[in-house]
Design a protein around this ligand. Sequence first.
Ligand SMILES: [Zn+2]
Length: 456
Amino acid sequence: MKITLRVFVIFLSLRIAAQAADQLIVLKAARFFDGKSDALVQNAVVIVQGDKIIDAGSNLPVPSDAQVIDLGDATLSPGFMDAHTHLTADFSGNYNERRLQQLDLNVSEHAIRATVFARATVEAGFTTVRDLGSRFVGSHEFVDVALRNSINKGVIAGPRMLVATKGIGATGGHFDPTNGFRDFLFRRESDFTDGIANGPDEIRKAVRFEVKNGADVIKAAVSGGVLSLGDEVDTPQLTPAEMTALVDESHRLRKKVAVHCHGDQAAREAIEAGVDSIEHGSFMKPETLTMMKKKGTFLTPTLMASEWIMGKLDNYPPALQAKAKAAYRARSEMFRNAVKMGIKISFGTDAAVFPHGQNAKEFKLMVDLSMKPIDALKSATANDAELLGIAQKVGTLEKGKLADIIAMPGDPTSDITATERVTFVMKEGKIIRQGPRTAQGTVKATIMPDVSEPVD
Ligand SMILES: [Zn+2]
């Protein structure tokens, strides 16, 4: 009798668990953006069961047993994606202070901070990110891999992550972790285990090493950068032969290639080599954009990064201020040309250069530089899903897709800043946020003031 009762109790709890998993949730709102169309749908109804969307449309009948969440005068959208973040870091404060902190803090402490950045990002409506490079000088830890895995296992809240581990680059280049420090301070030259490689064979070795250690995507620096001391912002840093090896090895292993690139020559060589996206692209000329258009290469403009730096120039040493100004001056025209020419634009911000959770401010910058609001929204949904290679699972509000759904007040096509005021976040059918965001402030950098007026 006792055993029968126990079996019955187990059976009952299994049934309750199964029912909980199958509970229908209906999201209603004044309108929705499906992730790919040119117009919003009115009287939006999205039906979710388990982790998937089972139907989405206008005025759909609501099943009688569903839990209904009516979000009122809001717009539903597929969860936003950011194709360029660094969730394991924060470079937003004073540059020298941050540099010292990099040497001060235990890597475990960096990892704990990263959990706060991950939460801030998903609560801002970004349910997927590509994390393009995570390294700590003098350490071989893969904090981005640990963060991704902990989010996937439900240990902490955060966006779905595709991670690049170390980021590949040349000796003395933008990614060399010892760039700008006294020689041999760290007692050895950076090597492929730090992502630093020279020559096609070493580049292949670095790609293989990163994939072995959990990389979902390969990132490389093919030109100089703004926030590195020992290089010029636009000089090429990999040879065409190295780039060909980089792309070939990555694609053979079914990994996409994202390249950090400001300079025009490096961009031309990288596009020719077949990279999947150019990150930043500040100095690209119209002829280079034409090559991108022909090849179908994505541009991830990261307007927020230069906007933030220009708003806080005093935080950076004079050499970096000069590089930032040059990149900022060039990028607005480049972006306008890219929009005019119909280049595929993927939404990406370089979060970490500015405080995590402010990613959506990129939308307004895109619109201010001539992009249509609906196209800016597509860049963060269908376009990013295509670039990341996950379009079969996410990026649109359609039957069969994972239920990554957010809501913002009003109509973002008439006021794009609505994207900065997301009020509801669901990821894979689980509600992450409904109402106010988790209080920030445990990490100093996340309470930096908002982006101020850019300096010309
Ligand atoms: Zn970056």
